[in-house]
Design a protein around this ligand. Structure first.
Ligand SMILES: [Fe+2]
Ligand SMILES: [Fe+2]
Length: 291
């Protein structure tokens, strides 16, 4: 059942960050309304998911005896909690600008609680449900790591004039996703490691995230009270933004599945962390907090 934990010696810790969103406009990627709302999904939907993840890992902690893995799990919980708080700060700025997202945020919070909460289970059922959630979150963390690396190497958003505080927020977040990419996977492998469960939940994570981003992005576009939202219907704007490299391609959610499900796969095989660690050393928000 339990695999020995021997991977990666990198220590994970939550960084203090301080973002200033006061000058962020509604369309902070100028002229790119739909791409802005796809990024907005991160501020509105991800924080609830990150809290659910932090809660599942907190439940897993007493079951983990390996000190090094425990240290990483604690670092992971701190990082995800910090992500959720920072995105919520961005959300408040969008609300000040007139984007009424409270109903959506409440529904997402309710749904995530209903589906991914602990359901008050005990004993064996509690542990099985915890392993299911860890398998699901391990699958999701694969995508956040892949998209995190995409954000770090993408130069299109900056070239388009994306507001620097928002760009820093998503790059800092992306970099920490790359940094902690192995933690949930390792916790799952330590506590269960079953291939069938991992594969099933990876497919749910993949389809779920894709649907979530498209539906939530479209909903936000429709909530946007701005008089000028571009000539094109939002699905066409989304396709255009994807072709122009302003949002990750939807095909990522298909093409990553074979890699993740290959026997012997481990998230450390996703490539070097250099881009992430370099960014974390120079992120303006991280430096402002440490100043
Ligand atoms: Fe995160
Ligand atoms: Fe994460």
């Amino acid at each position: 059942m339990s695999a020995a934990y021997t991977d990666q010696a990198h220590a994970i810790h939550a960084r203090d960050v301080d973002f200033d969103f006061d000058t962020v406009p509604m369309h902070y990627i100028p002229g790119e309304v739909m791409a802005t709302h796809v990024i907005n999904v991160m501020h509105l939907v991800l924080p609830e998911g990150e809290r659910a993840m932090a809660q599942a890992l907190t439940e897993a902690l007493p079951l983990i005896e390996d000190e090094r893995l425990r240290e990483k799990v604690r670092g992971f919980i701190g990082q995800e909690t910090m992500h959720a708080g920072s995105h919520e700060k961005a959300r408040r700025q969008l609300e000040r600008l007139g984007l009424d997202v409270a109903p959506m945020v409440d529904s997402v919070g309710w749904l995530i609680d209903r589906v991914l909460g602990d359901h008050g289970l005990t004993g064996r059922a509690k542990r099985e449900w915890l392993c299911e959630r860890l398998a699901l979150f391990a699958g999701m963390e694969h995508y956040t790591a892949v998209i995190g690396e995409w954000l770090l190497t993408n130069d299109k958003l900056e070239a388009k004039g994306m507001h620097p505080a928002m760009l820093d927020l998503i790059r800092w977040h992306g970099a920490e996703e790359v940094e902690h990419r192995s933690v949930v996977y390792d916790a799952y492998m330590y506590l269960d490691g079953g291939y069938g469960r991992k594969a099933r939940q990876a497919l749910i994570a993949s389809g779920g995230l894709l649907v979530l981003f498209v539906i939530s992005g479209g909903y936000l576009f429709q909530c946007d009270p701005s008089p000028n939202k571009g000539r094109w219907w939002w699905p066409l704007q989304l396709a255009g933004a994807s072709v122009r490299g302003l949002v990750p391609s939807a095909t990522t959610f298909l093409t990553e599945i074979p890699r993740y499900l290959r026997p012997g796969f481990h998230p450390s095989q996703l490539g070097p962390m250099d881009n992430a660690l370099r960014y974390l050393a120079q992120s303006p928000a991280a430096r402002a907090a440490n100043a």
